[in-house]
Design a protein around this ligand. Structure first.
Ligand code: PLP
Length: 451
């Protein structure tokens, strides 16, 4: 098997047909190894902020094997199982004591989609069937299904699929640019609520930005204002914690750090930690109660929901996080890691804001000609960062530039919670070398007039 695979040499339908994909065969801790022996240092938890405990964790492999030897799958339409029951109990007692019920799914998009369906059902069950529309900050990512894609306000991302997408509403990302207090975002929300309040079912957002706006956290004033408006207008607040949930920002949920309690939360990635496809939707008692007192059915689901195999892995993930006190490590080490990231990127003319919370850090690229504009979209600088990082044996993930106006190229730095200080230092060193090369290459392209 070749060390990297191109579109013309595979039966796989790759994401990017012009990319040669390194072929990874092993992972250990924060290291990946390709079939031809290249070692890549993983500064983004598998690339998608997933493997919070590192790669190939023996305890998780054992939990999966033990469960698979007993029984790995059956449909939760007919049965339930011990791992599902215990994981729901742990999630509502330890992870999110404010939440009453859990519905398991296989991943983030399914979790967000299910969250929106549950928000809609809540209103229908209460006889308020006019409410269906969602309001969300424009610069976000909530998943790739038609339902979740409709929640982002990134028109360029949605463009080919617009005929399939529901017509939701968007506000500018709170706390960005000329809106440091979030008041402008609240005013935009007010305009929507005044015009169409009775149709608004939910406000959906990432409490701390992940792929689309890495590490960006709206200010407290925004959350307080959102809570006031929920009270006044009767919509639900739904947090997409697919990335932030299960410790990534230094608490079980990002919501734990905010002056607002969401009604429904979606989690994913770190719950299965890359050892099983697993996500979950958690809701507060009053949301469950609406169904309990109403039709007594929330029937929609997916084939793998609540399967014993993935839930057994999820349980072991939670055990390991607690036994190793890893969330406290993220909380305590995070602020210093942000300072170290800032130091590693200092003096680079293409690096703008460096931000983040816990181990969800990121930075934005800017045009070196003025130090603040987004780079021209056609330079595809995010892709250049990712490719150059791989040349330096480093895995980071950048967002694809979109001409939507709210953000330019962004790079995520989100290591495993288990990363040692030496490994973090090595990641930052490789990142510095990467960004120096990227800066040189971008300046050459700009000088040649491309952009
Ligand atoms: C905030 C957020 N929500 C939802 C998703 C979708 O999750 P998945 O890719 O597991 O379907 C992602 C994926 O990156 C995400 O970052």
């Amino acid at each position: 098997m070749r060390g990297s695979v191109t579109a013309d040499a595979t039966h796989v339908f790759p994401r990017f047909l012009d990319l040669a994909y390194p072929n990874v065969e092993r992972g250990e801790g924060v290291w990946l190894t390709t079939v031809d022996g290249r070692r890549i240092l993983d500064a983004c938890s598998g690339g998608a902020m997933v493997t919070c405990l590192g790669h190939s964790v023996p305890e998780l492999a054992a939990a999966a094997a033990e469960q698979a030897e007993r029984i790995s799958y059956f449909y939760n339409h007919h049965f339930t199982n011990g791992p599902q029951e215990r994981l729901a109990e742990r999630l509502t007692e330890v992870v999110a004591p404010g939440m009453a019920r859990v519905r398991f799914v296989s991943g983030g998009s399914e979790a967000v989609e299910t969250m929106v369906q549950l928000a809609r059902l809540y209103h229908v069950e209460r006889g308020d069937a006019e409410r269906w529309r969602v309001v969300s900050p424009a610069q976000a990512y909530h998943g790739s299904t038609m339902g979740t894609l409709a929640l982002t306000g990134r028109r360029a991302l949605q463009e080919p699929y617009t005929p399939y997408l529901a017509d939701h509403r968007h506000i500018p990302p709170p706390g960005r640019g000329s809106d440091p207090t979030g008041e402008a975002a609240l005013a935009a929300l007010d305009r929507i609520l005044e015009a169409e309040g009775p149709s608004i079912a939910a406000f959906v957002c990432e409490p701390v930005g992940a792929a689309a706006l890495p590490g960006h956290a709206p200010p407290d004033r925004f959350w307080e204002g959102l809570a006031e408006r929920r009270e006044r207008y009767g919509f639900l607040v739904c947090f997409d914690e697919v990335v932030t949930g299960i410790g990534r920002v230094g608490s079980w949920l990002a919501a734990d750090q905010l002056p607002i309690e969401p009604d429904i939360v979606a989690v994913g990635k770190a719950l299965g930690a890359g050892h099983a496809p697993l996500g979950a939707v958690l809701c507060r008692e009053h949301v469950y109660e609406a169904v309990d007192r109403g039709s007594r059915e929330f029937d929609l689901g997916h084939t793998w929901d609540g399967a014993p195999l993935s839930c057994a892995v999820g349980l072991r993930v939670l055990d390991l996080l607690v036994e190793r006190d890893l969330i406290a490590r993220v909380r305590e080490r995070g602020p210093r890691l942000l300072e170290e990231l800032r130091a590693a990127l200092s003096g680079l003319e293409i690096v703008g804001e460096v931000r983040g919370r816990g181990y969800l850090l990121g930075f934005e690229l800017v045009d070196p000609r003025d130090g603040e504009s987004f780079l021209p979209v056609e330079l595809d600088a995010g892709a250049l960062v990712d490719d150059t990082a791989l040349e330096h044996g480093l895995l980071v993930t950048s967002t694809h530039p979109q001409a939507d106006g709210y953000a330019g190229d962004q790079t995520v730095f989100a290591p495993a919670y288990t990363s040692t200080d030496e490994e973090l230092a090595e990641m930052l060193e490789r990142l510095r070398a990467t960004m120096e090369d990227v800066e040189r290459r971008l300046k050459e392209r700009l000088a040649r007039g491309r952009g």
